[in-house]
Design a protein around this ligand. Sequence first.
Ligand SMILES: Nc1ncnc2c1ncn2[C@@H]1O[C@H](COP(=O)(O)OP(=O)(O)OP(=O)(O)O)[C@@H](O)[C@H]1O
Ligand SMILES: [Mg+2]
Length: 222
Amino acid sequence: MIEFKNVTKIFNQNMPDETVALKDINFFVEDGEIVLLKGPSGSGKSTILSLIAALSKPTFGEVVVDGERVSKLPDNFAALFRRRHIGFIFQKFNLISELTVFENIVVPLIPGNFSKREIEEKANKVMKKFEIEHKRDQKTKNLSGGEQQRCAIARALVNDPDIVLADEPTANLDEKLSLNFLKFVEEIKNEGKTVIISTHDPLFFDNPIFTKVIEINKGRLV
Ligand SMILES: Nc1ncnc2c1ncn2[C@@H]1O[C@H](COP(=O)(O)OP(=O)(O)OP(=O)(O)O)[C@@H](O)[C@H]1O
Ligand SMILES: [Mg+2]
């Protein structure tokens, strides 16, 4: 379902600050897998996730996601593809601090053609599932770390994506909340979704929840 074929990503090509972020990467992820994407800082983890989400395009090679050659999608189709297929949990969550939990969660639904009622239903479902319903009308700047985490997970899942990408989701969480995150991953897994988690948190290494480990170093597969 996710395939990288000879993917190279070069930033600022032919400029003095040219950076080869990924070099000739090949891998395959099946439906329903839970993948650990690991590597040191600057190794190319975020770059891989943004290619899967069609947020950027490879310089060479091909990325295929859900049968779609996302590396060839024009921008407007890429946005549509993302809305249908991808849920993204960002490093430090990227919640909009002045908006409420509910308002943050429905952000991915706004460009769609959903009625007010459908939006309510979808938001209620994920708020309940990730135990953040009681904070519905609180601004997210007033939430605890764990609540922000659950809000970010709910927002990533609100459009019922088949692929969930998490970029260092536990970077600023303590050990208890980090392990809690894996509990939620377990739930997402049980819905049959494909999950890719980028991290250098040793807490995640050797965890049996992962069906595959993709390790990169300096833009190359280890
Ligand atoms: N937009 C960009 N322009 C120029 N260089 C970039 C850009 N994005 C990433 N890079 C470079 O590409 C390389 C890989 O970056 P990437 O963000 O994928 O690493 P990472 O593994 O996610 O690191 P971290 O663990 O610190 O988040 C780095 O050398 C980085 O400086
Ligand atoms: Mg990164």
